[in-house]
Structures are given as structure tokens and as C-alpha cells.
Design a protein around this ligand. Structure first.
Ligand code: FEO
Length: 396
């Protein structure tokens, strides 16, 4: 019986699952783990495409030896230098002393800087090819997805694109490797979450890469994280196109902070007003408890965002400040946007929503609501007006 790790004749999956790291990049939660994908192309020459995180090197070497036995690896293709894909390079070199490292000029410079490796490297440029015997690899430079050295490698005969982080997802691989072998429910949102947290600042470079790849016949997408795409290649490319244009779907996110529950009650009331106008989904995040990566993912996913915050030390509630900074620094395209807040003796929220709009080129679609001290029905008419404005914009 053919092994599930042999994706196509001579193309083997040799990556590993990480179900122990708590935070990717020491920032983003991993409730479903993550996979570090690496691929072995066995021909007259043997090429390893992308490597994996240092802590998984022993498992990785077992996987490689399971395919090759004592046969050495001739080339290591480095599509992306971030240490989750390069941390095992030094040990790979010790194990395979003649291993030639293949990357573009920026990659090789980084490999020198990170690992002190400067010998037996092959620099490739856009469109260069490398023959393995029966198989040919072609290199496409796709910088800034999401590092400057990122590139993609295309196997001409297999029509397989080794895409680096592009088209990748959070989530470990539960048994299967290729999309058709996996239950994909969950991976779509994990792809959105990965994109929103890690790649979203670089929508224009992603668009440039998609244009560059438009004429390439792709039957396999072998990313460095998540499923190998085969049946769903067109869906994955379409989703990436949509995400890189920051295009949202119908729906509203209400993200708020609340110290004593008054601002939270405004959030609940606005949500009810929206629901009464037929708006759904409405996704609510209390920022004191919400996972920031899930909040970013949902704001990326939906077209409308309503934010709420108490005034805290004369400014926004700190978790709201952090959220707005994340949106600004990623250049998230404008959402249908509204804000509300609470204050006890001096209010900051209308000023801070306006400042955010100014620096991010967003605009408020309804007057900011600000309650004074406790929550009461006094704000209901303003909440209804805000909900009406959001619903009209969504439906219009
Ligand atoms: Fe998976 Fe940008 O490293």
C-alpha cells in the first residue's frame, strides 16, 4: 500500500506536527497546534524543500531517513528563512555535509547571519531552474510574504507549487496531509487567522505574487503550514485573493471593553438592535477575555466593526488601544465602522475613535455614542440609530 506521506511519485511529506507550543511567534495562540511542512523530491538528485523548527529535528530526520535510508540529500531549497523553517539547517548540514543550500541573495545573506553558513550555497534569481534529473524546479521571487526573502518553488512536471507560508494555516494535521484526506472544517478559519495575524500587512505583495503566478498551472500547493492543497487549489487561491484585498463578508464584529458592565450593556443593546434588523452573523468579543488573534481574524472576515470602550485614565481601555494599534499597523482596509463608550467625569472615546479614523483613513458611519456614568435607556435611541446605519450600509 502506498504511504500517505508519498503525495505523488517521488514527492514525500516529511514535516512534523507541533501540539505543544503555546504561542506561534511567541504571540499567537495555537489551540489546534501547527504543522511545519517539509517536502522531499527524490529523483537522480534529492531535494529537500523547506525545513522545520529546531525542536522537531529528531522527528524530521527520522521522516527523511524513512524515505532515503542512507542516501544523502543533495539540495535544501529555502523558500523562507524564518526560524520555524530554518531552525534545523545547522543540524541538516552536520548530517549531510555536502548539502547545497539553494536560496535567493537575501535568503543566503540571512542564512549567513543566523547560522554562519556561507559555503556550498547556490544563489537563484527569478525564473532560474534547477534540474534534479527527471524533475525541474523553477524559482519565483515573491518578496514580503511576509519577509523580504520569501520565494516560491515550482516543480514543472508535478505542477506542484511550494509556496512557503503563503496559503498556509494554523492547525496541526490530524492524520491526513492532503486536503482530500482531512476534515477541512476549521482549517478555513485557521487560514484566515494565520493570514490576519502574520501576513495581512502585506496585501500588496500577496497581490503581486498572485499576478506572477496567474499563468502557472498549479495542481498542488505545498505550503509550509497546514494541509497540502490538491482538490481545493482554486478555492484556496480565491480566498487568498480576497483576503489580500481585505475584502470582508456580510456580518458585524462588536469588540468592546467594559470594567463594570455598563459599556457591555450598550454592546448587548446594539447587538439586539442589529439582530432586529436581520443582521447576522454578529460576532461579539469582550476584549478582556477574547483571544487577540481570533478578534483580528473576525475583523478581517466581516465588513462591519463596532468598537466600545470605557474611558480609562483619560484614554481608551488598554485592550481597545491594543486592538486599534494592531489594525493600524496591519493597514486593515476600512470597515463599516461605529463606536460607543462610557465615561464617569471626562470622556475620551469620541476623540479616540476620530484619531483612529484619521490615522487609518477609516470613517464613522454614525455619531459616536457616549454614556455618562451608568447604563440606562437614555442611550437606546442612539443605539437604534447606530444599528440602523450599520444595517443600511451592509445592505446597501
Ligand atoms: Fe512559517 Fe514566516 O514562518
Amino acid at each position: 500500500m502506498k504511504k500517505i506521506t508519498e503525495l505523488a511519485p517521488g514527492l514525500h511529506y516529511v514535516g512534523a506536527n507541533d501540539r505543544t507550543t503555546q504561542r506561534f511567534e511567541a504571540l499567537w495562540s495555537l489551540p489546534y497546534g501547527v504543522s511545519y511542512n517539509s517536502y522531499l523530491l527524490v529523483d537522480e538528485k534529492v531535494a529537500l524543500i523547506d525545513s522545520i523548527e529546531a525542536g522537531f529535528a529528531d522527528i524530521y530526520f527520522d521522516h527523511i531517513a524513512g524515505v532515503l535510508g542512507d542516501r544523502p540529500v543533495d539540495y535544501l531549497i529555502v523558500n523562507h528563512m524564518e526560524p520555524d523553517h530554518s531552525g534545523s539547517i545547522t543540524r541538516l548540514r552536520e548530517r549531510y555535509p555536502d548539502l547545497k543550500i539553494v536560496g535567493n541573495a537575501k535568503t543566503l545573506d540571512m542564512i549567513g547571519g543566523y547560522y554562519g553558513i556561507r559555503d556550498n550555497c547556490l544563489e537563484v534569481k527569478e525564473g532560474d531552474t534547477l534540474s534534479l534529473g527527471g524533475r525541474t524546479l523553477r524559482f519565483h521571487l515573491t518578496p514580503m510574504i511576509h519577509w523580504p526573502e520569501t520565494m516560491m518553488t515550482y516543480c514543472v512536471e508535478l505542477k506542484a507549487l511550494f509556496s512557503g507560508d503563503a496559503f498556509g494555516t494554523f492547525g496541526a494535521l490530524n492524520g491526513g496531509i492532503v486536503d482530500s484526506q482531512l476534515c477541512l472544517e476549521g482549517f478555513w478559519d485557521e487560514m484566515r487567522r494565520y493570514y490576519a495575524c502574520i501576513v495581512s500587512k502585506y496585501g500588496k505583495p500577496v497581490q503581486m505574487a498572485l499576478r506572477k503566478l496567474a499563468g502557472v498551472d498549479i495542481e498542488w500547493i505545498c505550503s509550509t503550514h497546514g494541509p497540502v492543497w490538491h482538490d481545493r487549489v482554486a478555492d484556496v487561491v480565491a480566498l487568498y485573493d480576497k483576503m489580500s484585498r481585505h475584502e470582508g463578508e456580510y456580518g458585524v464584529v462588536i469588540a468592546y471593553g467594559s470594567m463594570y458592565g455598563h459599556t457591555a450593556r450598550v454592546a448587548e443593546h446594539i447587538a439586539r438592535e442589529l439582530a432586529e434588523r436581520g443582521v447576522k452573523p454578529i460576532v461579539m468579543h469582550n476584549l478582556s477575555f477574547a483571544d487577540p488573534s481570533m478578534v483580528l481574524r473576525d475583523i478581517h472576515k466581516y465588513r462591519a466593526l463596532i468598537v466600545g470602550s470605557p474611558t480609562y485614565n483619560g484614554e481608551l481601555f488598554p485592550e481597545m488601544d491594543a486592538l486599534l494599534d494592531r489594525l493600524s499597523s496591519r493597514g486593515v482596509a476600512p470597515r463599516i465602522f461605529a463606536g460607543f463608550g462610557g465615561m464617569t467625569w471626562a470622556g475620551a472615546t469620541p476623540r479616540r475613535w476620530a484619531e483612529f479614523c484619521e490615522r487609518s483613513k477609516w470613517s464613522l458611519c454614525a455619531p459616536a455614542i457616549e454614556i455618562r456614568q451608568g447604563y440606562s435607556s437614555v442611550c437606546h435611541e442612539a443605539c437604534a440609530e447606530l444599528a440602523r446605519s450599520i444595517a443600511d450600509r451592509l445592505n446597501g
